[in-house]
Each structure stands twice: as structure tokens, then as C-alpha cells.
Design a protein around this ligand. Structure first.
Ligand SMILES: CC(C)(COP(=O)(O)OP(=O)(O)OC[C@H]1O[C@@H](n2cnc3c(N)ncnc32)[C@H](O)[C@@H]1OP(=O)(O)O)[C@@H](O)C(=O)NCCC(=O)NCCS
Length: 320
């Protein structure tokens, strides 16, 4: 039997720090409002020379290095993004393949908004367990500053740029395997979070009904975790790190409280990076790896929600 294991993590954090003061200098807002409603103090912004594929390729190189493999060993590249370098083609995964010096590899993008990394994980697991691929590079990469409307004060301060990547590899050892992943979508709620179509005369900036999104996010993130935990007979004490999508501190707090996780289990990076969509979970995993909270054998619970609507969760043993 072949299983999929989570071998390594990497991230690229752009160097420019954009604090709340940047927004205060440009629009009618204040630090107290932003901090109280979102928990965000700073986000990172990519430079004009860096596109989404650059961020993704940099994160990918770190993940490959930590897994002890080269790009020649990768047989599938999946990039989750809602801010691709090009609108429809070529895919950002193709551009990342080029930046990793690969000319003959299967490469595709996933569009599942903030749930993108969990969707990518699920596709990687299926390809590996079917025996079709051995080492899959999955990436969540976003240059959201390209699609944020900086005249919309209710949404623009929420988002930042960044990328995270992971290597998912085949193993025959069940103890090293990803335990479970579940992904869902409901297109009937498409109007809550969207970027206008390419045919639209409106600029292609992200639009969000923040208040409604907030309530549905809390409800969905909570019930999705309850489902996957129950299905796999997992209890809170079986989880070392609860890593939710980093959208908003109040959403994470409400979900964490409802699920009764202890503070030491909860991972929070939203204060420093804001919402980086598909990159937020792998960037948070990377932070845990770099500060020593994530070591081989630890169990992570991932939980995400985003435009589409899409949502998903995963229970993963880290095999790095
Ligand atoms: C965006 C969000 C922070 C707004 O908070 P909210 O409590 O819903 O705020 P509202 O939109 O109801 O606005 C409340 C008040 O703040 C004001 N306001 C809006 N933006 C403001 C800003 N940047 N600074 C100061 N005041 C602001 C509004 O005008 C409104 O004023 P009023 O009561 O006098 O009319 C919140 O809805 C949210 O976080 N939603 C989820 C977003 C998210 O995470 N999406 C991604 C999911 S993957």
C-alpha cells in the first residue's frame, strides 16, 4: 500500500512591511479599528520585481532543500493561487516549473481561494496514493496587493503577500501518512467574495461582503473540524498544532473557542502577515517549523475557508 506523507515545508516572506499606519496615512481609518476588528498590525508586500511565481519558486526551493530532493525529483507541481501572474494562461505552476529549471513536468494551478493549499494537498495525496506520482510540490502563493482595491477601506487592510510550499512524497509506512483531508464547495454563495470576470468592465479587484462572510466562516470552519475529528475518532488532545487559515483574529478566536482548543495548540500569524489567502496556512506551518514547534511526528490540524465558497480541513502527521 502506498501512502502520502508531508515531508517538508518552506516559505518566502516578502521584505516590505506595511503597517496599519500606511492605511491611516491614506484613508479614513485608525489603528484601534483595524486591530479590534481584525487583529492585524502588519502585512508583507512583494516588490514590483516579484510576481506570484517568484514568491512561489522561492518558497519551493526551501521546501525541496529541507526534503533533501532536487527539482529533478519532482513529478507534479501544483500551485494554489487567486493572484496568478497571468489571468488565464500560462498557469503560475508552469512559470514556477521554469524557475525551478524543469521543462518536462506536469504542472497545474488550483483556484480554491483561501482553501487552495488544502485542495492542493488533497490532489497531491490522490496522485501519490494512486501510484501515478512520487514527489509532489504543492505551493500556495499570492501577490494579493495586485488585486486589492486600495480605495475600499473595509477590505484593503486585511490582505498581504507571501508564499508557502511543501513536498508531499510516497511512503509505505502508514505511521508517516497524512491521516485525512476533506474539501467542499458551494457555488450558490459566490457573491460573498469575488473578483469580477475578465469580460467585466469593472477593474479586477477583489470584492467582499465582510460581515456575512465573517459569520459563515466561523460556522463552517467550526463544523468542518468537528466532522473530520469525529470521522477519524480524533480528540483535541491528539492534535499538537491547530493551524486555521489566517483571515482575521476574531474568526480564529471564535472557532478556537468553539472547538475548545488550548492556546498552546493554536497557531496565529495574522497579526504579522494579514490574510495571504492560499499562502496563509503553509506560511503558518513554516513558522512553526522554524521556531521548533513542528518536528517529525507532530500532528497538525488544518482548517480553511474562502471564496467560492470553498472550505476544507486536514489531519496531518509531519514527517520532516
Ligand atoms: C471586514 C471586517 C473587518 C469589517 O468588520 P465589521 O465589524 O463587519 O464592520 P462593518 O462592515 O459592519 O462596519 C462597521 C463600521 O465600521 C466602519 N468602517 C469600515 N471600515 C472601516 C475602517 N477601515 N476604519 C474605520 N471604520 C471602518 C463602517 O463604515 C461601519 O460604520 P457605521 O457603523 O458607522 O456604519 C469584518 O467583516 C471581517 O473581518 N469579515 C471577514 C473578512 C474575511 O476575513 N474574509 C476572508 C475570509 S477567507
Amino acid at each position: 500500500m502506498i501512502y502520502a506523507s508531508f515531508k517538508s515545508i518552506g516559505a518566502y516572506i516578502p521584505t516590505e512591511v506595511r503597517s496599519n499606519q500606511w492605511f491611516i496615512d491614506r484613508m479614513d481609518t485608525n489603528d484601534e479599528w483595524i486591530t479590534k476588528r481584525t487583529g492585524i498590525k502588519e502585512r508583507r508586500i512583494a516588490s514590483s520585481e516579484e510576481e506570484t511565481s517568484d514568491l512561489g519558486a522561492k518558497a519551493a526551493k526551501i521546501a525541496m532543500n529541507r526534503a533533501g530532493i532536487s527539482s529533478a525529483d519532482i513529478d507534479l507541481i501544483i500551485c494554489a493561487t487567486i493572484s496568478p501572474d497571468y489571468m488565464c494562461m500560462p498557469s503560475t505552476a508552469c512559470l514556477i516549473a521554469e524557475k525551478l529549471d524543469r521543462r518536462d513536468v506536469m504542472a497545474l494551478d488550483i483556484s480554491a481561494a483561501c482553501t487552495g493549499f488544502i485542495y492542493a494537498l488533497s490532489v497531491a495525496k490522490a496522485f501519490i496514493e494512486s501510484g501515478m506520482k512520487k514527489n509532489v510540490l504543492i505551493i500556495g502563493a499570492e501577490k494579493l496587493s495586485n488585486i486589492v482595491d486600495y480605495t475600499d477601506r473595509t477590505t484593503c487592510m486585511l490582505f498581504g503577500d507571501g508564499a508557502g510550499a511543501a513536498i508531499i512524497s510516497a511512503t509505505q509506512n502508514k505511521d508517516e501518512a497524512i491521516v485525512d483531508i476533506q474539501c467542499s464547495a458551494d457555488g450558490s454563495q459566490k457573491d460573498l467574495l469575488l473578483t469580477p470576470s475578465v469580460q467585466s468592465s469593472e477593474a479586477s479587484f477583489m470584492q467582499m461582503k465582510g460581515n456575512e462572510t465573517f459569520k459563515i466562516a466561523v460556522r463552517t470552519l467550526t463544523s468542518d473540524v468537528q466532522k473530520i475529528m469525529e470521522k477519524n475518532s480524533y480528540k483535541n488532545e491528539d492534535i499538537d498544532l491547530f493551524i486555521p487559515h489566517q483571515a482575521n483574529y476574531r474568526i480564529i478566536k471564535a472557532v478556537g473557542d468553539a472547538l475548545k482548543f488550548e492556546d498552546k495548540q493554536k497557531v496565529l500569524t495574522v497579526e504579522k502577515y494579514g490574510n495571504t489567502s492560499s499562502a496563509s496556512i503553509p506560511m503558518a506551518i513554516n513558522e512553526c517549523f522554524e521556531d521548533g514547534r513542528l518536528v517529525k511526528g507532530k500532528t497538525m490540524l488544518l482548517d480553511a475557508f474562502g471564496g467560492g465558497l470553498t472550505w476544507g480541513s486536514a489531519i496531518i502527521k509531519f514527517n520532516g
